[in-house]
Design a protein around this ligand. Structure first.
Ligand code: ZN
Length: 881
């Protein structure tokens, strides 16, 4: 990618040549042609050599430019508006720019666009330049005043950041609203909303006694689905104040939901804009997972108010400064709300599962990049699981190294130093370290920072040695990191490793070792017998742990480890070991897959365990994901991986049949619906049980359980139970699935978010003789399908290409052809969504022939298209490199 002409490098950062102090925007909203008047006060940045002012702009029609009220000469260069004849000296000057744009034609969902009959904006990362000419970069922070004018009947609600200072009537049925944001902000945090919306409102008083108004805006029919989002927002406000001493700094905090949104949600100052998926919930239409996701995303965006908005990023290479930290904060928030230790552990396991099934592959593929990338062609391609999830793990390791209280001191230091500034990842780690002198972080800071600069997932190899004569157990830990694009060799990382030793079912040691050298040996003297090591407890670092655990040791850990993460991990390793052994058996047939008694009994032991949390049981009894299994192989046949996992699941279904029956009966009733960790865990285990019962029934020809499942599907009082029952029928391939799907569609045809589930379930179902792709193609023609709506496109196309490897990687390459057609189709109107889909073939080099060549060809076909967006071009060029 180095040769590319538009590539932007971190090393090239220059401070802005001008500052923008104030911005007054005046909008005359019209879907076809919106007029934007932008009055700014600017001044030269005295630290920079004198140079012309270059303002970013995209898809704008420029009508007029005035400097201090006078017409001026200007030119356009690379899409930028360039002003050379500015007043001399360091005096501030006024710049007035009048331009128009076409929101209804804006299909990219970046900048100002319409959704339904409303206006929305999306400015991160570089959407503000599609609204007006500007220094559209995060280190230029200005004070905003916004006047919005629009037709009153069509757009009764007019919103922007900050406080409403004036509103009133105009001629011709129009009205206006004027908003002033009391906080300076970068342009990416600007927002405007206009339309027919209604709000749930809540007044709250902060710990300091200040009054605030919280509002959640939705379309009129959706008000009854906003209670959970509002509760989540109130919990977020209280949590940030209690845990980090960070209060709400606004009189009014608004969330607005839109059904057309590229991402999950956006933290615009005081006016968060959300994908409806992360706002709307009722027990009839949303699953437990939806409820938890809403809580976490509402928290995430709210926490950005301090980590992102009060202190923002100097440049986009520092994206993890706000995203890694804010993901860490939302994870901690969810854990604190979950309460009990076992519920915290469940959340931790879920987060690690996301990291390992999504981020580890990214870090091993062509798009691998450091948490703080060095270069990009299109910044939108770097809103990645590496920047977000691995970035959060890096912050978590800092907390591990300085302790929870030390981390709080570090956060205090960070805000004391940098409030109101645009800073770097180094500024953050410096603040945490400086607040904790003498800590392991402070001692190793320079080396620790390699987590920001080096890509790739480190591997830690552990080797144990037991000397019975001396009673000494020694453990050698060695680290390495595979090469990644542009980084052939890596230096050692600072790796905190949670470590326990278990002997005779009793824990005899528990601590944290910080690995800094390439290899270190720890010794434990005075032991009676060989201990079982529990390594990387709590998943204390984002690494792959290699240790040749004998089965007896894994069985012991699964039965006894006091660390719930490693207890779960032991079960995953047992299953993974078996899956890999099957996959390495040449000429393996499905009927050769026979799970051994010790494994089955261990799983039975967990399922029947008298005290373990049902949510935890559900996690242990879920086999490792196909993508995770595939990552352990050098070459992959995804259909074979699917076959092996599917057969293993079928065996568990049959061998534990009566245990699943027991588990279902034990956990099916949960009283009045509440999406709390306890009862949702019970529903999850009941759902998993039902799935296994239906799978076993498929094998045995039993019709009782499919019948009961259909009944449960019909009778369910909440979406979790209903959808779990439907999923059990679809996944097991029972003939009752078809009528159930039809009924589900008929019941929920007016609810877009539920229809998304309906599409996703069918596109993600196990392939039977290549049947899924034809179903997906048929669904593309369904009257409810609309590729322009990102949620709907994801629910059908992404569920197939990204989340159903067994169905997508067809030997006839028809899946790849479908993929390449959809990427180019999407790219014509929404490059961001297209580029995400383009990443479905990231790992093509690992595929077995003939898949590998077919995938390469499909990528090359996309790359050869003229007029590709930078977004898709960057992804496919890297894939082919
Ligand atoms: Zn974020």
């Amino acid at each position: 990618m180095r040769e590319g002409q538009n590539v932007i490098y971190r090393a090239d950062y220059q401070p802005p040549a001008y500052w923008i102090d104030t911005v007054e925007l005046c909008f005359d909203l019209d879907p076809a042609k919106t007029r934007v008047l932008n009055r700014m006060k600017l001044r030269r940045n005295a630290q920079m050599p004198a140079q012309p002012l270059r303002l970013d702009g995209e898809e704008l029609n420029l009508a007029r430019v005035l400097v201090n009220g006078q017409g001026t000469s200007f030119k356009m260069e690379n899409g930028q508006l360039v002003l050379e004849n500015l007043p001399a000296g360091d005096e501030p000057f006024e710049l007035e720019i009048f331009s128009t744009c076409a929101p209804a034609k804006n299909t990219t969902l970046s900048g100002l666009y319409t959704s339904g009959d409303s206006f929305f904006t999306q400015c991160e990362a570089e959407g503000f330049r599609r609204i007006t000419y500007f220094l559209d970069r995060p280190d230029v922070m200005a004070s905003y005043t916004v006047l919005i004018r629009a037709d009153k009947a069509r757009y009764p609600v007019l919103l922007s950041n900050g406080n409403l200072v004036d509103q009133g009537e105009l001629d011709d049925g129009r009205h206006f609203a004027k908003w002033v944001d009391p906080h300076r902000k970068p342009s990416y945090l600007f927002a405007l909303v206009a339309g027919q919306l209604v709000a749930r409102e809540q007044r709250i008083t902060s710990r300091a006694g200040k009054e605030h108004l919280l509002q959640v805006y939705v379309r009129p029919g959706d008000l009854d689905k906003t209670e959970h989002a509002m509760n989540s927002l109130m919990a977020s406000v209280a949590w940030d104040e209690a845990r980090f001493g960070l209060p709400l700094d606004l009189e009014r905090f608004m969330i607005v939901a839109t059904s057309d949104f590229n991402m999950g949600a956006m933290e615009n100052k005081g006016l968060n804009i959300f994908n409806t998926k992360y706002v709307l919930a009722s027990q009839a239409t949303a699953t437990d997972t939806d409820f938890f996701n809403i809580e976490s995303v509402v928290g995430h965006e709210y926490f950005h108010n301090w980590t992102g908005n009060r202190i923002t990023c100097r440049d986009w290479f520092q994206l993890s400064l706000k995203e890694g930290l804010t993901v860490f904060r939302d994870q901690e928030f969810s854990m604190d709300l979950a309460g009990e230790a076992s519920a915290r552990a469940v959340k931790r396991i879920e987060d690690v599962r996301v990291l390992r099934t999504m981020q580890f592959p990214e870090d091993a593929g062509p798009m691998a990049h450091p948490v703080r990338p060095e270069q990009y062609l299109e910044i939108n391609n770097f809103y990645t699981v590496t920047v977000y999830e691995k970035g959060a793990e890096v912050v978590r390791m800092m907390q591990t190294l300085v302790g929870r209280e030390g981390f709080r001191r570090g956060m205090d230091q960070y805000f004391q130093r940098h409030d109101g500034q645009a800073v770097t990842c180094d500024d953050f780690s410096q603040a945490i370290a400086d607040a904790n002198p003498g800590s392991r972080l402070a001692q190793t800071l320079e080396q620790f920072r390699r987590w920001y600069s080096q890509a790739g997932t480190p591997r830690v190899k552990a080797e144990g040695r037991w000397d019975a004569d001396s009673g000494i157990y020694s453990l050698t830990l060695s680290q390495s990191c595979p090469p990644t694009p542009d980084q052939p060799a890596k230096d050692p990382f600072v790796i905190p490793i949670g470590l326990g030793l278990i002997s005779g079912g009793v824990e005899i040691a528990n601590g944290m070792h910080v690995l800094t050298e390439q290899s270190e040996t720890l010794t434990f003297p005075g032991l009676q017998s060989e201990p079982v090591p529990s390594i990387l407890r709590g998943f204390s670092a984002p690494v792959v742990l290699e240790f040749d655990y004998p089965d007896e040791q894994l069985l012991a850990l699964l039965a006894h480890d006091a660390d719930p993460f490693n207890r779960w991990e032991a079960g995953q390793r047992l299953a993974l070991g078996r899956a890999l052994a099957y996959l390495r058996t040449p000429g393996l047939a499905r009927s050769d897959i026979r799970l051994d008694a010790p494994f089955v009994e261990a799983m039975r032991g967990i399922l029947r365990h008298p005290t373990l949390d049902p949510a935890f049981k559900e996690l242990v009894l879920t086999l490792p994901a196909e993508t995770y299994i595939s990552e352990q192989l050098d070459t992959v046949d995804p259909q074979r991986v699917h076959m092996v996992r599917d057969a293993m699941r079928e065996q568990l279904a049959q061998a534990l049949f009566h245990d699943w029956e027991w588990a279902f009966e034990q956990h099916r009733e949960n009283g009045a619906y509440r999406p709390d960790p306890r009862s949702s865990g019970r529903r999850a285990l009941a759902g998993l049980s039902l799935m296994h019962l239906c799978i076993a029934a498929r094998k045995s020809g039993d019709t009782v359980w499919p019948g009961k499942t259909l009944q449960r599907f019909k009778d369910a009082s909440n979406m979790t139970d209903r959808f779990n029952a439907l999923t059990a029928l679809v996944v097991s391939g029972h003939e009752l699935a078809a009528p159930a799907l039809a009924r589900f569609h008929a019941t929920f045809q007016d609810d877009a978010l539920v229809l998304d589930k309906w599409f996703a379930l069918q596109a993600g179902a196990p392939d039977r003789g290549g049947n899924i792709l034809p179903i997906v193609k048929q669904l593309m023609n369904h009257p409810d399908f609309n590729i322009r709506n990102p949620n709907r496109a994801r629910s059908l196309i992404f569920s197939y290409c990204n989340a159903n490897p067994g169905a997508f990687h067809r030997p006839d390459a028809a899946g790849y052809v479908f993929w390449s057609e959809r990427v180019t189709e999407l790219d014509a109107f929404n490059p961001q969504v297209a580029a995400r889909l383009a990443r479905a073939l990231d790992r093509w080099k690992k595929l077995e022939e003939p898949l590998r060549s077919a995938a390469r060809e499909a990528i090359a076909r996309v790359a050869a298209k003229p007029d590709l967006s930078n977004d898709v071009r960057e992804v496919v060029t890297r894939a082919l490199a």
